[in-house]
Design a protein around this ligand. Structure first.
Ligand SMILES: [Mg+2]
Ligand SMILES: [Zn+2]
Length: 182
């Protein structure tokens, strides 16, 4: 069984451009490639899990999403920090109805666990929203919020109460690795 780091995309690995629809607008969050490299060095599989309701809402189509996914993965690979896989939820409840994959639902995590023989109870769950961290409580893994400029105050308060919060992805990774070593 492998350990994984389940990483949010927008506002965590790349700046949140709000329904990013052009690969030319991809901006990596400073330190994100260093954090992913630290995970790799520790034998942790970096896996992206991202809600992409812009597809259901018509802000971008599935083919454009795939171009952006491939471009993000290429940027991390070029930095010596390859991502193992990316899972996305293309739905929006108002348009496509309820689904099992939209975070904080567990569908994407369960699929990744099955695809890559992951032990979720030994894995990291991180991102800039409560929904990125909350699955850690269901799986028994390590959940930690890394606020972005868009993170609601109530998400920060929730994380400080129920999980943890860090000021950067690198700090979140360091605290996860310390938790593993306990
Ligand atoms: Mg986010
Ligand atoms: Zn979905």
């Amino acid at each position: 069984m492998r350990r994984a780091a389940f990483l949010d995309r927008d506002g965590t690995l790349i700046e949140d451009a709000h329904y990013l629809a052009h690969p030319g607008k991809i901006r990596l969050v400073p330190g994100a490639t260093d954090a992913v490299r630290a995970l790799r060095d520790a034998g942790i599989a970096p896996i992206v899990v991202t809600n992409q309701s812009g597809i259901a809402l018509g802000h971008l189509d599935a083919a454009t999403y795939e171009v952006i996914r491939a471009s993000v993965e290429q940027r991390f690979a070029d930095a010596g920090a390859p991502l193992l896989a990316t899972y996305h939820c293309p739905h929006h409840p108002d348009v496509t109805g309820p689904c099992r994959c939209r975070k904080p639902g567990l569908g994407m995590y369960e699929q990744a666990v099955a695809d890559h023989a992951i032990d979720p109870a030994q894995s990291l769950f991180t991102g800039d929203r409560r929904r990125d961290v909350e699955p850690a409580l269901a799986f028994g893994g390590f959940g930690i919020l890394v606020p972005s400029p868009d993170t609601p105050e109530e998400d920060i308060a929730w994380a400080e109460r129920e999980a943890a919060a860090a000021s950067s992805l690198e700090e979140a990774v360091a605290r996860y690795l310390a938790w593993l070593a306990m």
